[in-house]
Design a protein around this ligand. Structure first.
Ligand SMILES: Cc1ncc(COP(=O)(O)O)c(C=O)c1O
Length: 418
């Protein structure tokens, strides 16, 4: 870090000293190392409490209780943790959130259930609306559902450095729309959609809306009930630090639960799980959105981050998140813009989630070199270096050190101007 600007470094230190969440970093394993982690929006760091919890679980619950564990507590865990996700992270009253399968599988179940229900009410509603820059899994499975159910996809064209606006959604929905699927925070640009007003636009058109909360849960305040969401899904391995492949959550508003039938009708979602009856009868409430045996081991870690969020509050997390992304943009403008780097994320904090994407034609090569040097961002086409800033585990000094290294690597690759 030869070219570190003493003014900015001082500011990083000042910001860290003034940060009310600074002590929370120590709760994460590895945060004390010099490695720069810019990917907490992809896979969050583990909490020390989680290492202890998993160890304890194996010894005491799994080994100690064996199959009795299901009756004693595990059967309820998807609902208990789901309710906590609802209360702490997404503004949902109890009984509407469950931990289930992967985000992809939950998206499939809920989009298909919503499409079928809306079309059963009104045969003209054959379209699923989604934007061209939504996360690939969302787009792929919507194409699949449309093909499978004789529906159509209505694509919203979007600027890749921002996201879906109110006008764009208004143009796309109408009497033909069954379901709208949008991401609250865009995975590429970090654009933060105005979920309340977009939900109202979908509803005015008579459609249901499903929100992908993968990049918001645990980072950006969400008010699923107050904003009138119908459905939502989200990852737990990003800002909720559940660990690689930890299962996702699904939210279904109370008013829709009884009328939605999801397509993977397994025994765990049936009304009487151990009756082993001749035919599937869906359970009441959120249990009907479960299919098979819940992935208990995978969902344990989420609880530690939820406890932490509960303690510090999502609004304090959002404040730090905004400060981190503002700082990252300031450092990028100062140090990286002269090398030709542009900001491929919204510049207004109120329209930006927890990550910032920096664009340059050499970013793919730069990412590989940065990883070799223990600076870990990720790369998203075209030319995007995604800087994920997990508010509880990232410091301002870490952010600055990593961005300065990005500049050094780009210069080493021959970048010398716009
Ligand atoms: C916005 C978004 N939606 C959906 C997914 C898919 O999640 P999964 O691979 O766990 O099914 C991801 C994964 O990163 C994501 O970022």
């Amino acid at each position: 870090m030869t070219d570190l600007d003493p003014t900015m470094a001082l500011e990083a230190r000042v910001l860290d000293d003034a940060d009310p969440l600074r002590g929370r970093r120590d709760a994460f394993i590895g945060a004390e190392s010099p490695l720069v982690y810019f990917d907490g929006n992809s896979l969050g760091r583990p909490l020390r409490a989680t290492a202890e919890r998993l160890e304890r679980f194996v010894r005491e619950e799994w080994a100690g209780r064996l199959i009795r564990g299901w009756d004693e507590s595990w059967m309820q865990l998807p609902f208990e943790i789901g309710d906590t996700v609802g209360r702490v992270a997404i503004g949902a009253r109890a009984g509407q959130t469950v931990i289930g399968d992967s985000t992809t599988v939950l998206l499939y179940k809920l989009v298909r259930a919503a499409f079928d229900a809306r079309r059963a009410d009104d045969a003209a509603r054959v379209e699923i609306v989604v934007d061209r820059d939504n996360f690939p899994t969302d787009r792929y499975l919507i194409e699949g559902i449309a093909a499978e159910r004789g529906g159509r996809v209505r694509w919203i064209e979007v600027d890749r450095a921002s996201g879906v606006t109110e006008d764009a959604l208004r143009d796309a929905v109408g009497p033909q729309t069954a379901v709208v699927v949008l991401s609250h925070v865009a995975y590429r640009s970090g654009y933060l959609a105005d979920a309340a007003s977009l939900t109202a636009i979908a509803h005015d058109a008579g459609a249901l809306i499903l929100w992908d909360l993968c990049h918001s849960a645990g980072s950006v305040p969400v008010e699923a009930d107050a904003w009138g969401f119908d459905l939502a899904v989200g990852c737990t391995y990003k800002y909720l630090n559940g660990g690689p492949g930890s299962p996702a959550f699904a939210y279904v508003a109370h008013r829709h639960q009884a009328s939605l039938t999801q397509p993977i009708q397994g025994w765990m979602g049936s009304a009487d799980v151990f009756a082993m009856g001749p035919h599937y009868v869906p359970a009441d409430g959120m249990r009907r959105f479960i299919s098979g045996t819940p992935p208990i081991t995978g969902m344990l870690g989420i609880q530690d981050t939820l406890a932490l969020i509960d303690e510090v509050g999502i609004h304090a997390i959002r404040e730090k998140s905004i400060a981190l992304t503002e700082f990252a943009i300031a450092v990028a403008d100062r140090d990286l813009a002269p090398l030709g780097v542009t900001i491929a994320s919204p510049r207004h904090a109120e329209r930006r989630g927890g990550h910032v994407t920096l664009a340059h034609p050499l970013m793919r090569e730069a990412t590989a070199r940065l990883w070799e040097q223990d600076v870990i961002p990720d790369y998203r086409d075209p030319h995007g270096l995604r800087i994920g800033l997990s508010p509880l585990s990232t410091s301002f000094a870490e952010t600055e050190a990593g961005l300065i290294r990005v500049g050094e690597v780009l210069r080493g690759l021959g970048a010398d101007g716009p």
